[in-house]
Design a protein around this ligand. Structure first.
Ligand code: SAM
Length: 252
């Protein structure tokens, strides 16, 4: 939708999706399984927290599939949140919150203190393992009994170095080919945002916050499942994986 700013928010969503798919060609499949598991465990009208929501990719797919759902998106990036605001402007099912997930008090900024589902994708590898474990404790406090947490992200099993290296080499060769065919990577996409009259200012602020990209860890799926159980979830295991990514589900 184009708004009074003249910005075509749908076009920004599209180009964000293409850029993310350059890294994860099966990104939509991950989202589809995530929403299948939402439906299986908490039904079709859940109250969702879209954690590190970026432009609201999960929220958009959630509301398109489950029109009776509601979503709170939380993120720290002013430019991606500007795209989310432009996209969901006027939709009273969506609330957007600016917060740093490393700040222990971030849950106090949320409009609710309990959620049926907390969902996140391609984001928690921006945190190191220790703050991530602390975040998992806070998430456990936000998910109602019987509710779910799902994290779709790069999760690396360090016990399989040769498999990891072969998979990585193949993935990167395909990415290089896609780039030669015109795909935009992270840096290219942000250069476009920096030239946009509306996004230039929040893009400059996001570079002050993060630099190019925050530094974090990519522990194994087993690590995520173990820490989630230690922090209060009753069950935790992968419900989908690709050669490089895992969708990890934890049930409260
Ligand atoms: C690659 S984007 C993914 C966004 C979205 N989930 C998606 O799949 O399109 C990673 C997101 O994590 C957010 N993020 C990283 N560290 C964060 C933190 N400490 N607090 C809040 N958001 C954070 C970034 O701002 C960014 O929006």
């Amino acid at each position: 939708m184009t708004t009074s700013t003249g910005t075509d928010w749908a076009a920004w969503q599209e180009s964000w999706d293409r850029q993310q798919e350059w890294y994860m060609p099966d990104r939509e499949e991950r989202f589809r399984i995530m929403l299948d598991m939402v439906e299986a465990l908490v039904g079709t009208a859940p109250r969702v927290l879209d954690l590190a929501c970026g432009t609201g990719s999960i929220t958009a797919r959630l509301l398109s599939r489950f029109p009776d759902a509601t979503s709170t998106g939380v993120d720290l990036d002013p430019a991606l949140l500007a795209i989310a605001h432009g996209t969901f402007d006027g939709d009273d099912r969506v609330r957007l919150v600016t917060a740093d997930l490393k700040d222990p008090d971030w849950p106090a900024r949320l409009p609710y203190d309990s959620y049926d589902a907390v969902l996140t994708a391609t984001a928690l590898h921006w945190l190191h393992a220790e703050p991530l474990a602390a975040l998992y404790g806070r998430i456990a406090g936000l998910v109602r009994d019987g509710g779910v947490f799902m994290n779709a992200d790069h999760m690396i099993d360090e016990t399989t170095p040769r498999i990891n290296e072969a998979e990585r080499a193949q993935r990167h060769a395909r990415m290089e080919q896609a780039k030669r065919d015109g795909a935009l990577d992270w840096a290219d996409w942000w250069q476009l945002a920096a030239k946009d009259p509306v996004l230039a200012e929040p893009t400059a602020r996001r570079y002050e916050i993060y630099g190019e990209h925050a530094d974090g860890d990519m522990p194994s799926a087993q690590w995520h499942a173990r820490v989630l159980r230690e922090k209060g979830f009753a069950e935790a295991r992968p419900v989908w994986c690709s050669p490089s990514d895992t969708l990890l589900l934890a049930l409260r």
